[in-house]
Ligand binder design. Structure first.
Ligand SMILES: [Zn+2]
Length: 493
């Protein structure tokens, strides 16, 4: 042990001597660098050679060579690039060029945005994306009658920002051959009027009734969406994304591989967990990628979302007492996929929102470990939104990663309590409690469900103040404090 340590120290010494002789390609001076190292929290000089950081410290001459380019940052703040743990990256790229319904504050505005967007489109072109939120105008779901007259020439299938329900117009339903006679779909809901006709709203698996009518995006359109998404990410300081997918199958991964030489952002691309056998073969034939593009991860769903009242709870919703949510996947099948994927040494990340969905998934993960033996498997629960007290401690015990997206806390937080009541809200978005219980908490955005900006996410995690400024009630000015740069109050949850 003694020998090993001194050998390592010697090696490090040797390396720093070599580094000391090396000239940097670029030298950044007069920076305010956040190092993440409590022993040396800030620095002013950064030296870079190729794709490596040679040095972070205070000596401006150590790595200066005759051909070194010197950049004076004039006191600007420097942080490492952000990694976003959960994005729907390509649909984000499409959304950047699509109709913006997220900021529509009233049904009239929602209708007007679609009318304006449709006016400039060729006849027959589908309108998708949108990311609307009916909670911003009090919770009334949109229906096809709102938009039929302004979108008569274009089929419409625009989704809620959580992607768990979408609105079709009459033309889209006609093209998809969906009507009053259409039967219910397992794992989904067709919202119907008093006469039993679909209103245009399709939830979770029922959205699959409309999808087949939408023409597939061409490779060129996918490539363009990727460029838009990467540029947007870089503009916000995001240098790596974990992509949980937008298209199902291997479409996303194939798009990234087709653009392998042109990637400006590091990407970890996941495919649906149902495709685990194909991914196992893919890894056997192609490895797991390189520093810019990696694969081998699988994404699944247990339940839906809180906003669509499809997240799976033990007890019914307070505002919809006839339902406790629904399962997106048959649990027996999902369990089998997870166990098999894990035995093939693939990486599993599964969406779970409701307390019952999280408990169920933690149970399957511990079963997998018992069955397939210990290894560094890094099981993830995406969102981990509503937890039982027992679940909060289980994450660390089982080594499961809560992969959370804090912006949802200040967005859904506006109306979450109306859905689940005062008790369940106490263990909702329990970031601090998870950290105190030694869980390996990780953050991301869930773009396009939430904005891609990491600073908005950090703001949300720190202040927990909802977008309407109303919760927590004892906070009046956190958002302003944060913007002014004064330290916001901390709230535990
Ligand atoms: Zn997501």
């Amino acid at each position: 042990m003694e020998l090993k340590t001194s050998f390592l120290a010697g090696l490090l010494f040797l390396q720093s001597c070599q580094n000391a002789r090396e000239a940097a390609d670029v030298l950044y001076l007069n920076a305010v660098i956040w190092t993440g190292d409590s022993a040396q929290p800030s620095a002013s000089v950064l030296a870079v050679k190729g794709d490596k950081i040679l040095y972070v410290g205070g000596d401006a001459n150590l790595h200066k060579g005759p051909r070194t380019r010197v950049v004076d940052l004039e006191g600007r703040f420097v942080v490492p690039g952000f990694i976003d743990n959960h994005t729907h990256f390509l649909s984000g790229g499409f959304q950047l060029a699509s109709v913006d319904l997220r900021s529509a504050k009233t049904p009239q505005e929602f209708i007007q945005r679609l009318a304006d967007f449709a006016r400039n489109l060729p006849e027959g072109r589908w309108i998708t994306g949108g990311d609307w939120d009916h909670e911003t105008w009090g919770g009334e779901l949109p229906k096809k009658e709102w938009i039929d007259s302004v979108t008569a020439r274009n089929p419409v299938f625009v989704n809620r920002l959580d992607g768990h329900m979408a609105l079709a117009n009459s033309l889209a339903m006609r093209l998809a051959k969906v009507g009053k006679q259409t039967k219910e779909v397992a794992g989904g809901t067709i919202v119907r009027d008093a006469e039993g006709s679909p209103t245009g709203i399709f939830k979770d698996e029922a959205m699959g009734l409309i999808y087949p009518a939408i023409p597939e995006a061409s490779p060129e359109a996918l490539d363009e969406a990727l460029v838009r998404a990467m540029d947007h990410a870089l503009s916000l300081g995001v240098t790596q994304v974990h992509d949980v997918g937008s298209y199902g199958g291997f479409t996303d991964l194939e798009t990234y591989r087709r653009n392998a030489g042109k990637l400006k952002v590091r990407i970890y691309s996941m495919v649906p967990v149902g495709a685990w056998a194909r991914m196992a073969e893919y890894v056997a034939g192609n490895g797991r990628g390189d520093a810019m593009l990696r694969w081998g991860g699988l994404k699944g769903f247990v339940d839906g979302s809180l906003g669509s009242t499809t997240a799976w709870f033990y007890a019914p919703y307070d505002d919809e007492p006839n339902t406790s949510g629904l399962l997106v996947n048959d649990t027996l099948q999902l369990r089998e996929w997870i166990l098999k994927a894990d035995s093939a040494k693939l990486h599993v990340a599964v969406h779970a929102i409701g307390d019952r969905a999280n408990d169920w998934l933690l149970g399957v993960y511990s079963e997998a470990e018992a069955l397939n033996g210990p290894r560094d498997r890094r099981f993830r629960i995406e969102h981990a939104q509503h937890l039982t007290r027992k679940a909060i401690s289980q994450f660390a015990e089982l080594g499961v990663i809560p992969s959370m997206q804090p912006y949802h806390a200040i967005d859904d937080g506006r109306w979450a309590e109306k859905r689940i009541g005062p008790e369940r809200i106490k263990t909702t978005y329990a970031f601090r409690s998870l950290l105190d219980a030694s869980a390996k908490l990780t953050f991301g955005s869930d773009w396009t469900v939430a904005p891609l900006s990491p600073l908005e996410g950090i703001y949300a995690a720190v202040t927990r103040q909802t977008l309407d400024g109303k919760k927590p009630r004892r906070m009046g000015t956190a958002r302003e404090d944060f913007r002014r740069g004064s330290p916001p109050l901390l709230y535990r949850q």
